[in-house]
Design a protein around this ligand. Structure first.
Ligand SMILES: [Zn+2]
Length: 213
């Protein structure tokens, strides 16, 4: 595995395996939302906001459901029967939405993932989309999200090489700070043959862009 990917994964794993902080109760979480509502300058007791803390806490359960999920559950089922297919497999434009860990506001976009299968086989195509969600539905940076996805594929599928590109717009850039709308951030990472052979990277980018303007 790529050294950079490995060290990023180690950091992530160690931060995830730290002794878990006691999780607050639902009531405590709702109370915290009421405090933030007051912080905006609004009145949490007015009719339109009365059920908002409940809704926000429920939405958080969905936004951050990735903490409860494990990549190995998704990637453990491998199909070996591919009639000798050993060429590139690319799934592109996998939509995702995540939250930046610095501002807790959304960033969203698409992921493109390619790999060259090894003898171990291939995985169901929808599993790649599911894998993206497991890591996207946590507090993230785009860089760490990219490294975690490719690290999990490398670890579980042991492909001859893997390539990933994420394109995303960050609300913390478009709604606050510099307030630049429509800026996209691209991150890429390569392992195996993609890392070692620039021609493979060109092929990956070509296939990702094929048919697009
Ligand atoms: Zn941010």
């Amino acid at each position: 595995m790529d050294d950079v990917v490995k060290s990023l994964l180690e950091q992530t794993n160690s931060s995830l395996t730290k002794p878990a902080l006691a999780r607050p109760t639902r009531e405590e979480a709702e109370a915290a939302v009421r405090v933030l509502l007051r912080w905006t300058g609004d009145d949490p007791s007015r009719e339109g906001l009365r059920d908002t803390p409940k809704r926000v806490v429920k939405a958080f359960e969905e936004f951050f459901s990735g903490y409860e999920a494990d990549a190995s559950d998704v990637l453990s089922r491998v199909f070996e029967e591919v009639h000798g297919y050993d060429n590139i497999v690319l799934v592109r434009d996998i939509p995702f939405s995540s939250h930046c860990e610095h501002h807790m506001v959304p960033f969203f976009g698409v992921a493109h993932i390619a790999y060259y299968p090894s003898e171990a086989g291939v995985i169901g195509l929808s599993k790649l989309a599911r894998l993206v969600d497991i890591y996207a539905k946590r507090l993230q940076t785009q860089e760490a999200l990219t490294a975690q996805i490719i690290g999990a594929i490398d670890e579980h599928l042991q492909p001859r090489g893997c390539a990933i590109m994420l394109e995303a717009e960050h609300m913390c850039m478009s709604m606050r700070g510099v307030q630049k709308h429509g800026t996209s951030t691209l991150t890429t990472q390569f392992t195996g043959v993609f890392r070692d052979d620039p021609a493979e990277q060109v092929r990956f980018f070509g296939m990702v862009r094929q048919g697009k303007v």
